[in-house]
Design a binder for this molecule. Structure first.
Ligand code: HEC
Length: 131
């Protein structure tokens, strides 16, 4: 009897601790994108262009430092991810490019809104996010 009570109390405590937003599901990126070579060399100039584009188009959800804490993030059902974390930084440039270009769910697609070169500049800038 005591164990049953303990069980329910732990379930209650555990569920209270769960984050309100769902964690992102695995996102499969086609192999040809995964291994795609970034045609825009990483440089100060690319970071500067990328930063301006990121601030204008992405920071509202992803946050200025890429932590997923932009002003619009609270209204999202899906967590936008943490660009400073290993789960993000361990992906290839091609994966970042694919996800930005085609989006899914609450992540808008930027195909037709940003040129490929602009997306690569943003991909380069997003590499500068570190904890
Ligand atoms: C309206 C809010 C919103 C805006 C604006 C937005 N995103 Fe997102 N983004 C999301 C959400 C939500 C996810 C998580 C989607 C999922 O996992 O289903 C996401 C996911 C991503 C991911 C994958 C992250 C990972 O950990 O794999 C990348 C890359 C990304 N966004 C890049 C961008 C870029 C670059 C821009 C601007 C050009 C941008 N996003 C603008 C909401 C947004």
């Amino acid at each position: 009897m005591k164990n049953v009570k303990l069980f329910f109390v732990s379930v209650l405590i555990l569920s209270l601790g769960l984050p309100a937003v769902a964690q992102p599901k695995p996102w499969d990126v086609p192999a040809n994108f995964k291994s795609m070579k970034n045609p825009v060399a990483k440089s100060e100039a690319s970071n500067k262009t990328g930063m301006a584009l990121y601030t204008k188009n992405c920071a509202s959800c992803h946050g200025k430092a890429g932590l997923g804490d932009g002003v619009k993030a609270r209204a999202l059902k899906t967590h936008p991810g943490d660009f400073a974390g290993a789960a993000y930084q361990n992906q290839t440039d091609g994966e970042h490019f694919y996800k930005t270009k085609f989006g899914r769910g609450e992540m808008p697609k930027y195909e037709g809104k940003l040129s490929d070169e602009d997306i690569w500049n943003i991909v380069n800038y997003m590499r500068t996010f570190k904890k």
